[in-house]
Design a binder for this molecule. Structure first.
Ligand SMILES: Nc1nc2c(ncn2[C@@H]2O[C@H](COP(=O)(O)OP(=O)(O)OP(=O)(O)O)[C@@H](O)[C@H]2O)c(=O)[nH]1
Ligand SMILES: [Mg+2]
Length: 191
């Protein structure tokens, strides 16, 4: 089951990806063969027999409002969009502290687009990170107001705040793999 971390550049995806990988006891995540280094995944399994579940968490490069000037970065972003389309779930990572400092403007563009996508497809949660920083509490209120209502998990990848809850969400969230879906391992979403 593929879950994908998405969001603006610098929102905190990679640090979360690393911390959650460590908590899940995942092997060292590596770049997907043939993929740019910004798109990487770790996977971990839990449970036995019929309860055995495998989660693959994918880190992606930040998505930008404008076409990125670097072709390598554009290629990585395109690959990220492919992973988003095939994922069982999206974890939309938002920098709560930046939102608190900059106001609603910080959540326009990419964040609005991801939020609308999440509302349409389901299997979507917002992760408000950097809650250890000043302004994050103000930012959290804005995130709740500006992005689609649904699952919202405040965390700090730096201090570990909220990561236990987020970890449980990875394993028990509203995502669901569809058996026998096209391309074997492809997953789809529960409505
Ligand atoms: N204080 C604090 N800093 C954080 C937290 N999470 C990430 N950072 C810092 O924010 C910066 C960006 O974090 P990354 O994890 O690299 O962000 P990213 O979303 O992967 O960025 P791109 O890959 O460029 O899209 C780094 O300097 C991190 O150390 C957090 O929870 N608290
Ligand atoms: Mg990153």
């Amino acid at each position: 089951m593929d879950l994908v971390l998405v969001g603006q550049p610098g929102s905190g995806k990679t640090l979360l990806w690393e911390r959650l990988g460590r908590l899940a006891g995942a092997g060292t995540g590596g770049a997907t063969p043939g993929a740019p280094p910004e798109v990487r995944a770790w996977s971990a399994t839990r449970g036995h027999g019929p309860w055995r579940r495998r989660v693959c968490l994918v880190d992606t490069p930040g998505l930008t409002d404008r076409v990125h000037p670097d072709p390598a970065r554009r290629r990585a972003q395109a690959l990220a969009l492919e992973r988003i389309a095939a994922a069982a779930g999206l974890l939309h990572v938002v920098d709560a502290s930046r939102a608190g400092q900059q106001g609603e403007e910080a959540l326009a563009g990419v964040d609005q687009a991801l939020s609308l996508l999440g509302a349409r497809r389901g299997g979507y949660a917002v992760v408000a990170t950097k809650m250890d920083l000043p302004w994050a509490a103000t930012g959290l209120v804005l995130v709740r107001r500006c992005l689609q209502p649904g699952i919202l998990v405040p965390v700090s990848a730096l201090t570990g705040q909220g990561l236990g809850l987020l970890r449980r969400l990875l394993w028990r969230g509203p995502w669901q793999a569809v058996p026998g879906a096209a391309r074997g391992h492809r997953t789809s979403l529960k409505a």
